[in-house]
Ligand binder design. Structure first.
Ligand SMILES: [Zn+2]
Length: 368
């Protein structure tokens, strides 16, 4: 503050106010460590912890992560969730995402289709019962996968997530080696770690420092791409404010009155959250016709310079120019007056504008 023209008394009063404000700010920051003006301009990485929950390590790991302001994805073993359901709930309460890592951690390629299906569905049910959320992400044990396994994943609405960087914590890596491995993560990449080792827990604070020094933030894993993307920041200083739901979305309640001038078959709401080099767009598609839509494509043209890097609740192709968004397996039907929410993250070169028009299955939509 400018020192001139202030009496000593005023200056002292202001200084004491500033101290109080700083104290209040400190309290706020301590309460929500992850939201304090994090610079995510370098992008997002996915921290993943497999093989929990474990009574010996999960609580300490969650404490380390929340203290460091980090969020992570836990690929849980179904039978351990059944045995430790409170710990699975604690993962979700701590802001973590929970994925499926099979029921017994077997070598899936050696199993029959029926056995594989059972491994995955039992785990889906156990996690649903423990947390109220049905996983959308699956990591096959040992990273072993094949066409049969992928087909079963797809039938269950699961996206397979492997990894870009292996921390080797399972192989006796030291804390510093785990930190170094995390230091190799680039925007969008995912690191394999485990809920079960003290070395892994002890690495958390240094992983947080390393990521912060590179303007990287811990993100969630996209159910469309299996890549790390922005989580729900809930903070205007962090770029994205939307994230895909962890369970297939239910349609929103019907609107009670038809929109003014809503003679089209559809209405589109489009919200952009932009930062210096990227943006997220949240799109709400409402079926304003009297007939159900079964299977849909939404076509629009992105402003030049915008390129989609990941999306949720729909597939997007191509990634720039005239884009077609196609429904996911679980949201292809839109009842009359119902809506579905989709969205994507994109890079931009300065133009953060929105498409001028949208067509749903070839019919122009009104834009909300
Ligand atoms: Zn595992």
């Amino acid at each position: 503050m400018p020192p001139t023209r202030l009496s000593r008394r005023t200056a002292a009063a202001l200084a004491s106010l500033a101290t109080a404000a700083a104290a209040a700010l400190t309290l706020t920051v301590a309460a929500t460590p992850s939201s304090a003006a994090a610079d995510c301009s370098g992008g997002y990485v996915g921290l993943t912890y497999d093989d929990g929950p474990n009574s010996g390590t999960t609580t300490a790991l969650l404490n380390a992560l929340t203290s460091a302001g980090l969020r992570a994805t836990f690929f849980n073993i179904g039978q351990r969730v059944q045995q430790n359901s409170a710990l699975a709930r604690a993962q979700v309460s701590a802001g973590m995402w929970v994925g499926n890592h099979s029921w017994t951690h077997p070598h899936l390629p050696q199993m029959s289709s029926q056995q594989i299906t059972s491994e995955l569905t039992q785990t889906q049910q156990a996690i649903q019962q423990a947390t109220g959320q049905t996983p959308r992400l699956f990591r096959p044990p040992y990273g072993e996968t094949n066409a049969t396994i992928r087909s079963i994943e797809s039938q269950l609405g699961l996206t397979e997530v492997l990894w870009d960087v292996d921390s080797q914590d399972w192989n006796g890596a030291s804390t510093s080696a785990i930190v170094q491995a995390a230091g190799r993560l680039q925007n969008g990449q995912v690191i394999l770690m485990h809920d079960g080792y003290q070395t892994t827990i002890q690495a958390v604070p240094q992983i947080a420092s390393n990521l912060a020094s590179r303007n990287l933030c811990a993100g969630m894993i996209s159910t469309s791409t299996g890549r790390a993307v922005a989580p729900d920041g809930g903070n205007p200083t962090t770029p994205p404010t939307t994230r895909p739901p962890t369970t297939p979305p239910t349609t929103t309640p019907p609107v009670t009155t038809p929109p003014p001038g809503g003679d089209g078959a559809c209405r589109v709401g489009y919200t952009v959250s932009a930062w210096n080099t990227g943006l997220t767009a949240s799109i709400t598609i409402t079926n304003t016709s009297s007939a159900a839509v079964n299977g849909w494509t939404l076509a629009f043209t992105l402003p030049s310079g915008q390129t989609i890097t990941s999306g949720w609740n729909a597939s997007y192709s191509p990634s720039s120019g005239a884009v077609t968004a196609r429904n996911a397996a679980y949201n292809g039907s839109i009842a009359p007056s119902a809506s579905v929410g989709i969205g994507f993250q994109a890079t931009h070169t300065g133009n953060t504008g929105r498409p001028a028009s949208f067509t749903l299955n070839g019919t122009a939509c009104t834009v909300a």
